[in-house]
Design a protein around this ligand. Structure first.
Ligand code: SF4
Length: 427
């Protein structure tokens, strides 16, 4: 499924001339078909009083669903917190999807956009948000086109009568996926992360209490309410609960979006969902959660991939962007690639991150790594950076120093060539 494949300059210009933003729109489930399949029934029940707020909140809490953008905050609790704040309240959807290796939100939007919109509108109803802002990655013009076509249909049918929907284009910066920087960007300012507290649930968009959810999180709401929270929680492996959409890339036979139980291990994911390792490649390590989650070794391929299981190893699942690396990849090169990304994307607001990422790139580019200095730098950046970018930027280096010493201590016998595709940003 490659919606860009047939796009030419002429077709793009033609589409724009006819009021569209992209000429090559994937085949998705439209409004009428979604309704025929029982869509917007849950929302209608909320709007006409057949379902109350407590039932919605209980359903979410029973499901154990947590924020799937990366932070993993319990969704039901977040909705409850925001609802308890004084009005007027707002809602913002984080569709920036900038974490390299993550493409799950796009996958869902390109196939079943109304399932996302219904979950979003149930959220807005629950917290009584006067306005909902969808912050959509600007490199997803097909998704924007789909939403531009479909939102008016939802509004015309009266399903958005309790709120106003605003579709905003992302600003093309990784940092604007950080929730408070996203709020700044929506407000028309430069995307600089805010100090927390106060948290957005208390002081968010335009100073109002704001519910912020990732696209995938609200995507699950309809099904959770239809089938019950226990249904969602009944999935899960290795003691974990729920379903997750993994974006898998790298050295596997069949990379792509994989819908799998939370808590699945990397080995299970590779064997059961990805057709095994790519021919000629042996598993050496993996990024469990994009660049920020660092790099874990093959010996940790049997840890449950979920919130709360990877932290003890200096990593985290984040947005479940799993990048599989093999014996053909040198982890020093991978770490350098990741740090260059952070250096480029640092917003520059605070010194530990702005200067630290630049210094880290220089240090790990040296033939010999000064491990003491790198460790001290990692501590300063982790302790003193304002936001998650600077706090997590050194995770790859810390984990390479811990698990892949052969890749940087001795340069002899090193496999040449960068880890292609290992850290490729989506745009
Ligand atoms: Fe900006 Fe980095 Fe500081 Fe975050 S940690 S506010 S990205 S300079």
């Amino acid at each position: 499924h490659a919606p860009h494949e047939n796009a030419t300059v002429e077709s793009v210009l033609d589409a724009v001339a006819h009021g569209h933003v992209h000429p090559d729109i994937p085949d998705y489930l439209g409004f009428d078909d979604y309704i025929r399949g029982g869509g917007y029934k849950m929302l209608a029940e909320c709007l006409n009083g057949a379902r109350d707020v407590d039932a919605v909140l209980k359903g979410l809490e029973d499901s154990s669903i947590r924020g799937l953008g990366g932070a993993g905050f319990p969704t039901g609790l977040k909705w409850r917190y925001v609802r308890a704040e004084p009005g007027p309240r707002m809602m913002a959807i984080n569709g920036d999807e900038g974490e390299p290796g993550t493409f799950k939100d796009r996958f869902h939007l390109e196939r079943d956009p109304h399932r996302f919109l219904e979950g979003m509108l149930i959220g807005a109803w629950t917290v009584e948000a006067t306005d909902v802002y969808i912050y959509l990655r600007d490199e997803y013009p097909q998704c924007r086109e789909i939403l531009l076509r479909e939102i008016p249909k939802v509004e015309a049918a009266g399903f958005a009568r309790h709120t106003r929907i605003h579709l905003r284009r992302g600003a093309g910066a990784y940092i604007c996926g950080e929730e408070s920087a996203m709020l700044e960007s929506i407000e028309g300012k430069r995307g600089l992360p805010r100090h927390k507290p106060p948290f957005p649930s208390v002081v968010g968009l335009f100073g109002r209490p704001t519910l912020i959810n990732n696209i995938e999180t609200v995507f699950w709401v309809r099904e959770i309410l239809e089938k019950g929270g226990a249904w969602f929680a009944s999935h899960g492996l290795n003691g974990r609960k729920g379903l997750r959409t993994f974006s898998v890339s790298g050295r596997v036979k069949e990379p792509g979006v994989k819908l799998a139980p939370a808590g699945i291990t990397l080995q299970e994911l590779i064997d059961q969902y990805c057709g095994g390792m790519a021919d000629g490649h042996t598993l050496k390590g993996y990024l469990p959660g994009g660049p920020s989650g660092g790099i874990l070794p093959a010996s940790m391929a049997n840890i449950p991939l979920d919130f709360g299981t990877l932290e003890a190893h200096g990593s985290f699942i984040g947005s479940a962007a799993v990048v599989v690396l093999s014996d053909k990849d040198n982890m020093r090169d991978v770490a350098l690639n990741l740090l260059k990304f952070f250096e480029d994307e640092s917003c520059g607001q605070c010194t530990p991150c702005r200067v630290g990422t630049e210094k880290a790139v220089r240090l790990i580019g040296e033939p010999e790594w000064d491990e003491e200095l790198l460790t001290a730098l990692a501590t300063v950046m982790g302790d003193a950076s304002i936001c998650g970018l600077g706090q997590a930027a050194m995770n790859p280096i810390k984990l390479v120093m811990k698990h892949f010493r052969d890749d940087f201590v001795s340069r002899q016998g090193r496999v040449q060539g960068p880890a292609q595709g290992a850290t490729g940003s989506q745009g």
